[in-house]
Write a protein that binds this ligand. Structure first.
Ligand code: MZP
Length: 498
């Protein structure tokens, strides 16, 4: 045997040492844009993310709902592959056909239609925002707007006609009637309103225009309504049925594939990557690996990015069951070194995804500082409204369900297959709960705020700068104790935050 006598390390064993923070180094100036797939020196990556986040290829995490919510924030979801080819392709299609806005005409929808009618229409067309105008064009007189999340929340249990549902709004802000959709959008945007009541000439409310959706986008709403931009989406595949699955996903419009496997250093993966590269013009990531040899093998097979991590996932018991794996930080550091070496030799940059084992937000910053281009998170996203699992009350707490792909519940045997019988022989994952945490947007904003703030501490305005400048120190078990609140008696309220 070959021995690696240095212990393998996890993120919690490291801290960042601050660098000089210059005055221009403020969170507002930090850019988190990062490459998703390989590119050559001096060229732009064909696909980039605006934030270095991807959601895990898991039943309990990444369906079309999660994919739309995360893409809207600048990240990417990989739709889970442990479902039928048709169902997975349909989820991809739903994300790709999802439009930020949709205008329908009065002749299609009268005030006698109910909110459910509009909801059905919205679902059928896959649009997040339905704007109702008199003549059905963006310049037609606006009759009302129903936006995605607001709308779902406000689904009227009494099924009243639309005009009854839009009850008078007490504080009238604008006494303007008959304005066009474009004008209304401008008003909403200029005045940063949560809700714009539009009244008739006698200051009676005619309809409300919601702003929340626009707020989330932080983009000009004019660009969002009626345009044809589609969100970016990824999808998981396996090394068994790829000859049927990949064509269906490509046909559905998938942007990038990833081979989902607990151990990616295999000839199965090489064959799969080679097949995809030879037959389709679609990007494909491979993994997971934990060392330089695995990285090199997948890259030489043609992989567009490589995923790192075995056994570190919160629901994973692979290390206990099979005794394979490596501390996530050690695995990442070695693969990054191999990536940088490969770049030096060939001029081709291979993005690396650190997958699993992120517990605290600062672990993400550490992963980026250590050279990851983006992270993949399961537990983190499973806690939000947008994950596809049930929200339950256990004791006094709300929780969401979260189960591993290697659990009996998911039965994703393809992910663990090393040849042999087509079934899951033993479990490598658990079925669990995670604390419910609210909406994705709110939580992501907070996490991103922390990452940007830490990057400023480290004097870095971009992920690339952070990688080069970061100074990282190992911490001893005793200094870990020093890092938390210690030697004080905590008050109840200060215990609640993570
Ligand atoms: P985490 O973010 O919950 O710590 O880890 C998520 C990652 O765990 C996934 O992206 C995947 O690589 C891995 N995973 C998914 N299912 C299992 C399992 O059942 C697993 N063992 O290890």
């Amino acid at each position: 045997a070959t021995y690696y006598l240095e212990p393998s390390r996890t993120f919690s064993e490291f801290l960042l040492i601050p660098n000089l923070t210059t005055k221009d180094c403020t969170p507002a100036n930090v850019n988190l844009k990062t490459p998703l797939v390989k590119f050559n020196k001096g060229e732009e990556p064909p696909i980039s993310l605006n934030i270095p986040f991807s959601s895990a290829v898991m039943q309990a995490v990444s369906d079309h709902g999660m994919a739309i919510a995360l893409a809207r924030c600048g990240g990417i979801s990989f739709i889970y592959g442990s479902q039928s080819i048709e169902e997975e392709a349909l989820m991809v299609r739903k994300v790709k056909s999802y439009k930020a806005g949709f205008v329908i005409s009065r002749s299609n929808l009268t005030p006698e239609h109910t909110l459910s009618d509009v909801l059905d229409l919205k679902e059928q067309t896959g649009h997040s925002t339905v704007a109702i105008t008199e003549d059905g064009t963006a310049n037609g007189k606006l009759l009302g707007i129903v936006t995605g999340r607001d709308y779902r929340k406000s689904r009227d249990p009494l099924n009243r006609p639309i005009h009854q549902f839009m009850t008078p709004f007490e504080k009238l802000i604008y006494g303007k009637s008959g304005i066009t959709l474009s004008e209304a959008n401008n008003l909403i945007w200029d005045h940063k309103l949560n809700c714009l009541p539009i009244t008739d000439d006698e200051q009676r409310l005619e309809y409300l225009v919601f702003r929340k959706d626009y707020d989330e986008h932080k983009e000009n709403p004019l660009e969002l309504l009626d345009e044809n931009k589609s969100y970016i989406v990824g999808a998981g595949i396996n090394t068994k049925d790829y000859k049927e699955r990949v064509p269906a996903l490509v046909e559905a419009g998938v942007d990038v594939l990833v081979i989902d496997s607990s151990d990616g250093y295999s000839e199965w993966q090489r064959e799969t990557v080679e097949y995809v590269k030879a037959n389709f013009d679609v990007k494909i990531g491979a993994g997971n690996v934990v060392d330089r040899e695995g990285f090199r093998y997948l890259v030489e097979s043609g992989a567009d990015f490589v995923k790192v991590g075995i056994g570190g996932g919160s629901i994973c018991i692979t290390r206990e069951q099979k005794g394979i794996g490596r501390g996530q930080a050690s695995a990442l550091m070695e693969v990054v070194e191999a990536r940088d070496q490969y770049f030096k030799e060939t001029g081709t940059y291979i993005p690396i995804c650190s997958d699993g084992g992120i517990v605290h937000d600062y672990h993400i910053t550490l992963a980026l500082a250590m050279g990851a281009d983006f992270v993949m998170l399961g537990r983190y996203f499973a806690r939000f409204d947008e994950s596809p699992t049930r929200k339950l009350k256990v004791g006094n707490n709300f929780v969401k369900e979260y189960w591993g792909e290697g659990s009996n519940r998911a039965r994703n045997w393809q992910r663990y297959d090393t040849g042999g019988k087509s079934k899951l022989l033993f479990e490598e994952g658990v079925d669990s709960y995670v604390p419910y945490a609210g909406s994705l947007q709110e939580n992501l904003d907070k996490t991103i705020g922390k990452i940007k703030s830490t990057m400023c501490n480290c004097g870095s305005l971009s992920i690339d700068e952070l990688k080069h400048k970061a100074r990282i120190t190992l911490v001893s078990a005793t200094s870990l104790v020093e890092g938390g609140a210690h030697d004080v008696i905590l008050k109840e309220s200060s215990l609640s935050e993570e």
